[in-house]
Design a protein. Sequence first.
Length: 84
Amino acid sequence: MAKLKLDLHDIYNKGDEIENELNNIIEEAVEKKIKTVEIITGKGSGQLRKRVLKFLEQPHIKSQYHRLNKDNNNYGRLFVYFKK
């Protein structure tokens, strides 16, 4: 199973870069027919995680993936699953 991984630790405070990286990973997953994208936000205060979730809930982004899973074992990790 092919999977992409995006770690946002290094750019947690750079708003435009965060959105660019998220857009890029979503586009790459769709283009390459990747099934899963793992996004690492880190545990921290939860602000980055909220920002990522807000980004993923935008209608034009949400229409590109099938399901979003918040990892119950690791608060700082999200999984985005794409349609076949």
